[in-house]
Design a protein around this ligand. Structure first.
Ligand code: PLP
Length: 435
C-alpha cells in the first residue's frame, strides 16, 4: 500500500477534523506509516519533521522508548477501569504529582482539552450556586481566545471561523481586549499595553462582577490566535482583579502547560495561582487523550456535602483511563530525569540563533516564549497558509501556518542539527512562496 491508496481510502471513510473535505481534492492527505523522534514517515519513503508536535501534543518525540516501556508494563496490569466507585495506581500517583506541580488539587479527569474547559466552567458556576450566588452564571474570556469547540467551550472561544456558524447554539459570553503585544501602540511596551488591557478588564468587572462566574484565559500565549504572546503583568493584574471582584480565574494551560512557555506552567511566570487549571495536550507526551482540571480546597469544599446534588455530577466514560495516566506519569518522569526545563533553555537559544536570518526577510513580529516561536509574513498572498503548508511538506517539514503566522512548536527532543535544518528549510520555503 502506498500513499495514494491510503489517501483514497481515508477520504472515502474518514471525516477529517477542521477540514472542508472537498479541499482534499487539491490538498492531498499525508498518510503516515510510522514515526520516530521528530520524524514522520509516509508510505512512499518521504519523511517530515514534525515542527508543530502533531497539533501541540508531542513532547518527547514519537515512539519514545521510555513512554513505550511504561505503557507495555501498564498493559500487563490494567488497561482501564471505571473511576466512579473505583480507583487505581496510575490515577492516584498522577493526581498527587499534578497537585504538587500546580499547587492545586482534587484532579478531575476528562479526555480532550474541550472537556476540561467544560468541566472548569461547570464547576465554577456550580461553586457559586452552592455558595448562594446562582446569578453568577456568565463567563468572560479574551479576544481571539481558543478554549475548544464543544458547545460550552465554543461559547468562550473567540475565533469567528469556528464560532459564527454555531452562534445560535451558544451561550453569550463577554470578550475583553487581548494583551497580545502586537496590538500595542507605537512607543508602548508590551508591559504597558498589558496593564492598559487589565484596566479595561477592571472597567468591565467593576460593573458586572455580580453576574460573572469566571474569567478564562490562555496564560502568556494565545495559541489558536496565531501564537499571540503577552506580558505576564496581565496575569498578575487579572489575578488581583478576580480576587477583588470574587470572580474565578480559570487558566487554560491545555496548550502552554508542560514546559511550552519555559516554565512547567505559564502562570508560574506571573507568580500567580489560578482557581482552576485545565491541562491536556502534552500531558501524555502526545500518546493518549487525557485532560484534567485541578482546583482549590475552597472550591472543593463547597461541593463536599451530604446532599448528592451539591456534588459535581459530571462524568466521561474514559475518565482517568489507566493507560493514559501511566503515559502521563512516564512523561513527568522524563521532565525530572532529564532536567528538561533547563535543557530546553539551550534549545531555545539555538533556535533563536538559527532563526536570525528571518530578520532580513519580509516578516514582522518574530517572537518567542519558551519552546514556541512565531512570525508574521508581510504582504502574504491570499492563499498563503495552503501554499506554505504544501511547499513545507515538499521540503520535508510539517508546518501549518495560522493565517499569515508561521509558528514552530517542536518536540523537546529536537537536536541541534534538526534545529539548523528546520530553520534553513523554513527560509527556503518562505523564499519559494514569496518569490
Ligand atoms: C487545543 C486546545 C483546547 C482544546 O483541546 P482539544 O483536545 O482539542 O479539545 C483548549 N484550549 C486550548 C488553549 C487549546 O490549545
Amino acid at each position: 500500500m502506498n500513499n495514494e491508496s491510503w489517501r483514497n481510502r481515508s477520504s472515502a471513510a474518514v471525516w477529517h477534523p477542521c477540514t472542508q473535505m472537498k479541499s482534499l481534492e487539491n490538498l492531498p492527505l499525508v498518510p503516515i506509516a510510522r514515526a520516530e523522534g521528530v520524524w514522520l514517515h509516509d508510505f512512499d519513503g518521504n519523511r517530515y519533521l514534525d515542527a508543530v508536535s502533531s497539533w501541540w501534543v508531542n513532547l518527547f518525540g514519537h515512539g519514545n522508548p521510555r513512554i513505550n516501556a511504561a505503557l507495555r508494563d501498564q498493559l500487563n496490569k490494567l488497561e482501564h477501569v471505571m473511576l466512579a466507585g473505583f480507583t487505581h495506581e496510575p490515577v492516584v500517583e498522577l493526581s498527587e504529582k499534578l497537585g504538587v506541580l500546580t499547587g492545586l488539587g482534587h484532579a478531575f479527569y476528562g479526555s480532550d482539552g474541550a472537556s476540561a474547559t467544560e468541566i472548569a466552567l461547570k464547576m465554577s458556576f456550580h461553586y457559586w450556586r452552592n455558595t448562594g450566588k446562582p446569578q453568577k452564571s456568565c463567563f468572560v474570556s479574551l479576544n481571539n481566545s481558543y478554549h475548544g469547540e464543544t458547545v460550552g467551550a465554543l461559547s468562550v472561544t473567540d475565533v469567528a471561523l469556528f464560532k459564527d456558524t454555531y452562534a445560535p447554539l451558544l451561550r453569550q459570553s463577554v470578550q475583553m481586549p487581548s494583551p497580545d503585544w502586537r496590538l500595542a501602540e507605537e512607543g508602548e511596551s508590551a508591559e504597558e499595553y498589558a496593564l492598559r488591557c487589565a484596566e479595561a478588564l477592571d472597567g468591565y468587572l467593576v460593573g458586572h462582577h455580580g453576574e460573572i462566574a469566571a474569567l478564562i484565559l490562555e496564560p502568556l500565549v494565545q495559541g489558536a490566535a496565531g501564537m499571540a504572546m503577552y506580558h505576564p503583568a496581565y496575569l498578575k493584574q487579572a489575578r488581583a482583579l478576580c480576587d477583588r471582584y470574587a470572580v474565578h480565574l480559570i487558566a487554560d494551560e491545555i496548550a502552554v502547560g508542560f514546559g511550552r512557555t519555559g516554565t512547567m506552567f505559564a502562570c508560574e511566570q506571573a507568580g500567580i495561582r489560578p482557581d482552576f487549571i485545565c491541562v491536556s495536550k502534552g500531558i501524555t507526551g502526545g500518546y493518549l487523550p487525557l485532560s484534567a482540571v485541578l482546583t482549590t480546597d475552597t472550591v472543593y469544599q463547597a461541593f463536599y456535602d451530604d446532599s448528592v446534588t451539591r456534588g459535581f455530577l459530571h462524568s466521561h466514560s474514559y475518565t482517568g483511563n489507566a493507560l493514559a495516566c501511566r503515559a502521563a506519569l512516564a512523561t513527568l518522569a522524563i521532565f525530572e530525569e532529564d532536567d528538561i526545563l533547563n535543557a530546553n533553555r539551550g534549545r531555545q537559544a539555538k533556535m533563536n540563533a538559527a532563526l536570525q536570518p528571518l530578520c532580513d526577510m519580509p516578516v514582522a513580529h518574530l517572537r518567542n516564549t519558551g519552546m514556541i516561536w512565531a512570525f508574521d509574513v508581510v504582504d502574504a498572498p491570499a492563499d498563503f497558509p495552503h501554499r506554505f503548508y504544501q511547499e513545507a511538506l515538499a521540503h520535508g517539514l510539517l508546518l501549518r501556518p495560522i493565517g499569515n503566522t508561521v509558528y514552530f512548536m517542536p518536540p523537546y527532543v529536537i537536536s541541534d542539527d534538526e534545529i539548523a535544518w528546520l530553520a534553513c528549510q523554513t527560509i527556503a520555503v518562505l523564499r519559494k512562496v514569496m518569490g
